[in-house]
Structures are given as structure tokens and as C-alpha cells.
Design a binder for this molecule. Sequence first.
Ligand code: SF4
Ligand code: SF4
Length: 471
Amino acid sequence: MLQFPMKVNVLRFNENGSYFFFDVDSGILGKSSPMLDKIIEQLPYFNIKKIIENLSDKYSAEDIESGIAVLNSLHEKQGMFISRKSLFTQGKGLSKRVSHLWLNVAHDCNMRCIYCYAHGGNYGGEKLEMNITTAKKCIDYWKENLSDGPVSYVSFFGGEPFMNREVIKFSIEYIKEILADANRKLVFNMTTNGTIYDEAFVEFLADNNVELLFSIDGNDQIQNHNRPLASGIGSYKIIENNIPKFKNKFKKLRATIVLTKENASRLKESVMHLWNLGFNDVACSLAITSDENLYVSGADLPGIHEQISEINQMMYENIRNRKHCFFSNTYKYCVSMHNKLIGAECSFQTDNALMFTPSGDIHKCHRLIDCNEFSLGNISNAEKWEDINKQFVNPVEERPCNDCWALQLCGGGCAHEGYVYHNDLNTPYDVTCNHTKFMIEDAFKLYARVYSHSPSLVDEVFSNNKYYKRL
Ligand code: SF4
Ligand code: SF4
């Protein structure tokens, strides 16, 4: 039975006279009515008697009570207003929880991006490429500790992973061989700067369904400024030439923009540019750096958010016209809302990912690799995973995020951001938090808008889709 007043994490939206609500805690999303909308608005503050009194000029006590009965039924039968936080710790206590292998195959890069947290690819250490012997040891250790879950993820990262194609080929073939009997899906992905094109290798990646994520910031002016080659020359032309070749081999291409203070006002322009260049899904992330000329501050957010609302409106038109040009930051929340998914947790603060440097150092976050204090040893003499996997684990219910209304979709904070901006792994960065909350709210509006246009269309574009589940 509902208790009033009550704590609610419900987003409400009116699209062309149609009312919608989304209970962030339970994931229940539904069409509302003007009266139900008013009742939900009052839930956090008043008891039933007061709600009836407050709304008496518009609705009868009987109607209001029937509206509350609807909410009560959703609460009791479908779990509305009930938190799903326990899902974050599902599998806790199992001896094997690892699902994700992350190989930094090259600590070297042919570019010098102005905000690079890897200091030009070498993470402040020596330039190094992983060799096959080390890769095999890392993969064997991962396999030993791999959970029985239905999906396993393998990420290739750098520096620039295309600089070590031999080890990527070996790793994919070896992993497929040792997991051939297992009844599980393997999802391979790779982040690349797109400047290196090797026909045979790209064909190999396409044949193995490796998902490629291109780091590119926008048009030639933005890209050449933010992401020059190591020689100092701009990188845009090379990527522009390579994209059609990648496009020939892959059905869909994804891109990610790093937003700095300087290019923040050009986000919409950059997203449109990348859609036109051939990318189907474009995401953006804020540059994480202590350089005050580059990092995005709270004062930059309103301008960014205005553009995101405009991008969402363009995405709505694309959806209506069955054109696959999406903005992943908000699209992924629509998918989560539609399928009642929870956000991905920070792997540094859980024990489900294993990350290796080229020399075989064991880590839990690629962005914290340059700090030796966060290493869990080396693969050459690795301790048992169950003896070291609890280091840096920080359950959601013990983090400040536990009280945040956005937790279910956000998944919780990024330890690296806390470390950079607060010198504290456990304190979320408020600018990112505000940004995340805005995107969840605007994603909900997009969802409601698509539903208003055609209820069957939300199924078509937001149904559970493994490809997007990992975005
Ligand atoms: S990181 Fe921020 S937005 Fe996300 S759950 Fe934590 S406090 Fe909320
Ligand atoms: S600290 Fe941030 S970047 Fe690192 S694993 Fe966690 S969420 Fe990802």
C-alpha cells in the first residue's frame, strides 16, 4: 500500500496534450492523464486528504481516489516506486563475475590529441606494444575467471590499436577457439582514431563482427585543432578518405566526439557533420582534464543542453523517416527506458572487468592506468583473482550516488572523474551529474514524442538490441 507523502523519482512530460510518466526507480513508463499527472506532482509533498483538497477545484474526490488506486495497483503489481538498486549487486558473492576483457594492445599512438589522458598513447610510460605471449597469458587468466554469463565482452584499446594488428588478430582467433564450446555470445569492440586503413585487417574485423568506435571531433577545423597527427599535421583529411572504405565493410559506423570548452558551442554542427560523413551513431563525452582551457564547466552546460535538445529533435525526424542517424547519448537512455535496463556500472568500482597494459600489468580502468597505485600486479606473477578482485570495489549503496534519482539509468559515477576533479575516487563530478540528468530527462521527452507519433515505432527503434546495450 502506498504511504503518503512519498519519495518519488518520476519524470513527467506533456507532448501535444498527451501526458507521460517515467518512474526511474522501477523503469515503469506509461501514458498518463492530466489528473494523474497532477496527482504524481503532489505525491512527494502531501497525503491523500491534502491531495484531494488541493485538486478539488478540478476533480472530484472519487476521481482522485480512483487515480491513486491506479498508482497503488502499479506499485503493488508492477513495482512502481520500488527501487531496483539491488540489481546493481546481482551476482555478488559468486566466485566468478568477470565478463569483460580489455586489452590495451598498444601504448603508442600516431596522433597527439590536445586532451589525451594517455599522454600521446604511452600513459606517461614507455611506448610499448603487447606481444602474443603476453596477450595469451592475459586471455588465459581472463578465461580462468570468466563468469558463466551468456555474453562476454572483449575490448581492444590503445594508444591506437591499429598499430598492433597482429596481436588483435591472434587474440580474436584464440578467444574464439578457447570459447568455441561455451554457450555464450562474444562481443568484440575496438576504439580507433580511424587514420590507419589496412584492407585485409578491416575485412578480418568485419568478418568477426568487431564493433568499431571512431574518435573524431567534427569538421576539419575542429578535428585538426583537437586531434593533430604526431607530426603536427591535421588528421581530418586522412579520416575523411578512410571512412567510405570502412563504410564498405561495416553496415553501421559509430563515432564519439570529445567536447572541450572550445568546441562545446559547436556540438550540434559536429553531430550533423559526422552523420553526413557516414556515421550512423554519434556520441559525445566531456573532456576529462584539469586544463582549465579545455574542461567543460557548469557555465558551459546550458549552451550544450540547448543543442542536445535540438539534436534530439533532429533524431526524432530521423526516426520518423527511418533514417539511422542517431545521437547515442540520449538514444541509449530511450533503449534503457523501453527495455527496463539499468545503467552500466564503473568497472573500476566493481569486479567484473579485467584490463591489461601491453606489459601485462593488471588494472580495472583504462583511464587510471598511468597511476601505478591502481595496478593489481602483473600477469607474469599474477595472484589469484579472488584474492585481489575486491580492491577498489565500491558498492553503489555505499556511494553518494545511492541517493541520486538518476542512479538506475546513470549506473553511478566515474571514479576517474572524481580523481581528476576532487582528488577522491568516490565523489562524482557535479558537472557530469548535471549533464547526465539533463540527458535522461531529454531522452524521456524524445521517447514520449516518438510514442505520441506512433506507439509501434518505439518498439521498432528502441527494442532491446545488444548492439546498443553496450553504448
Ligand atoms: S554519477 Fe551523478 S548522476 Fe550518476 S548516479 Fe551518481 S550522483 Fe547521480
Ligand atoms: S573510473 Fe570512469 S573511465 Fe574508469 S572504469 Fe570507471 S567509469 Fe570507466
